[in-house]
Design a protein around this ligand. Structure first.
Ligand code: AMP
Length: 547
């Protein structure tokens, strides 16, 4: 017997409709690329999003087609979030920090039909435009007065002009909640970047999950400033959660330095923020140097990389800002765990509480996790035994876009598929997970992936190099940086400077290895594979020791 409740698909447009109807006066404040502070409300934002939806239709964007953005966090970006997904198209947030060749590959793979970009990224778009063969329309996210006088892009459209010409009446279509809503590529895998295709249903369920009190704890009393970019897994879902809960939203635009962030936190009364550890370093350094205090900020979510304990201490003990240490992945929409204390842990000593919060945390309802050994068998939750972390749930990936890499899931005895995260972790008896290592061969620097294999391939293309391995070396500021280990060809003369120079133009500058260690040989396994774990054991602290 079925229940007798309404059948209503979970659609992203419903978040905006809700925000307009129940929190219409709530503010959305943005620092714009043009340099000023822009203020709007959910009511106006919803009306403009409907204009954007009409504009997309006029540009011929059809249901299921990909609409790309290259943009900072701001209200225009949010309008496209809702207009693209809400009208049935797929929002594709491109990462502007990637090399032009990667942006070209990703946009081509996604078959983007339109590209909306902030003026900051005009040089990048101009560099790749002729290679983006699927893109029919390029739209600059600005008004007529700020449009570039001359651009290499033919028929470049002006966003404000485009939507000004449209009506703000648009009925959001209803469709199957399993329809694709947005697409993010991750380089946190081997091989080419892979696309993770979210659905309306997965996004809505994730939004419910992250808004919960023991999760990111969002409410109508909050002012949320996502420092995490909207091109990083949809700013961890905060642009959706803010509409669901009616929180005020503050967007920092391109101003991610300590002073710009602090000024905005204070002037807008920000209560909750979120970002990777590196941005908080800049903020804390600024606040420290000027003897400042946060007057409204109460909580900050830190994730994407492990939160250094010293940073957590500084926020909590010196600034009375609670740190929510969170872990997740692009493949998980992204939130998986948050280190929120349980009731019985509140009475523990400050030191014991701190040790719990330093873990990556316990799962948000909706995500199940387990750790397994090399034989695939589940390992005990004793806080000591570590194994590969596997997850499952309605906002966890089942396949990459276009089935790249084949079926990523591993089946258990009951036939349930689990996604192997590539992280190695312990889980304690209270369900708090702690990452102890990583089995995937990638480097995460300041919250962004660097492909070690790409760096090795470039080095190997140098005539003086016989073998090259690139490992993630610990770094005080960036958490990890690439370190290249090289065996020279017999008789070849190649210097550190020459080899580092060899990377110029071949990759984004910030991907260049921090240093090179020349060695006699690289340890190989039985199948001839480089034993990078051994290299990591030996050289993982190399950059720390050098500074
Ligand atoms: P991404 O897909 O870019 O979100 O990266 C996901 C990966 O980042 C995870 O699989 C982890 O390796 C790493 N990561 C994310 N959050 C944390 C955290 N709190 N602590 C340690 N590593 C993390």
């Amino acid at each position: 017997m079925n229940g007798l409740m309404m059948q209503q698909p979970l659609l992203i447009s419903s978040l905006l409709v809700h925000a307009e109807r129940h929190h219409g006066e709530q503010e959305v404040v943005s620092r714009r690329v043009e340099g000023d502070i822009h203020r709007t409300t959910y009511r106006e934002l919803a009306a403009r999003s409907r204009r954007v939806a009409n504009a997309l239709a006029r540009l011929g964007v059809k249901s299921g087609e990909r609409v790309a953005t290259l943009a900072w966090n701001g209200y225009r970006h949010l309008e496209i979030y809702y207009a693209a997904s809400g009208s049935g198209a797929v929002l594709h947030t491109l990462n502007p920090r990637l090399h032009a060749d990667q942006v070209t590959y990703i946009a081509g793979h996604a078959e983007d039909v339109a590209l909306f970009f902030d003026l900051t990224f005009l040089p990048l778009v101009e560099a790749v435009a002729s290679r983006l063969t699927t893109v029919r329309n390029f739209v600059a996210l600005t008004d007529r007065a700020h449009m570039p006088a001359a651009s290499k892009i033919a028929n470049l459209l002006c966003y404000e002009e485009l939507i000004e010409a449209e009506n703000d009446r648009f009925t959001w279509p209803s469709f199957d909640e399993n329809q694709a809503s947005s697409l993010c590529y991750t380089s946190g895998t081997t091989g080419n970047p892979k696309g993770v295709l979210y659905s309306h249903r997965s996004t809505l369920l994730h939004t419910f999950g992250i808004a919960l009190p023991d999760s990111l704890d969002c409410s109508a009393r909050d002012t949320i400033l996502p420092v995490v970019p909207m091109f990083h897994v949809n700013a961890w879902g905060l642009p959706y959660a803010a509409c669901m809960t009616g929180s005020k939203l503050v967007f920092p635009g391109p101003g991610l330095d300590g002073k710009s962030l602090f000024d905005l936190f204070e002037s807008e009364g920000v209560t909750l923020s979120a970002g990777v550890p590196t941005v908080w370093q800049g903020l804390l350094a600024y606040v420290d140097a000027h003897g400042l205090k946060f007057s409204t900020m109460r909580r900050t979510v830190i994730g994407g990389s492990a939160c250094p304990p010293a940073m957590m201490k500084a926020f909590q003990e010196r600034f009375d800002v609670q740190v929510l240490h969170a872990w997740g992945m692009t493949e998980m929409s992204p939130v998986g765990t948050v280190a929120a204390l349980k009731r019985k842990q509140i009475g523990a000593s400050a030191e014991a509480r701190f040790a719990i919060q330093a873990k990556q945390g316990r799962t948000v309802y909706g995500v199940d996790m387990k750790i397994v050994g090399a034989d695939g068998k589940e390992l005990p939750w004793n806080g000591e035994t570590s194994g590969e972390l596997m997850v499952r749930g309605p906002w966890v990936i089942s396949h990459y876009f276009k089935n790249e890499g084949g079926d990523p899931l591993v089946e258990d005895a009951e036939g349930h598929g689990w996604f192997p995260t590539g992280d190695v972790a312990t889980i304690d008896a209270d369900g708090f997970m702690q990452i102890t290592d990583r089995s995937k061969d990638v480097i995460k620097s300041g919250g962004e992936w660097i492909g070690s294999i790409d760096l090795e391939n470039i080095a190997m293309a140098h005539p003086g190099v016989a073998m090259a391995a690139c490992i993630a070396a610990e770094h005080r500021k960036w958490d990890e940086r690439p370190l290249l280990i090289v065996v020279k060809r017999p008789g070849a003369e190649v210097t550190r400077e020459e080899l580092l120079g060899f990377y110029e133009g071949r990759i984004a500058k910030w991907w260049t290895p921090d240093d090179i260690v020349f060695v006699e040989s690289i340890p190989l396994g039985a199948t001839g594979k480089m034993l990078k774990n051994r290299l990591r054991d030996q050289y993982g602290k190399y950059l720390l020791e050098k500074t």
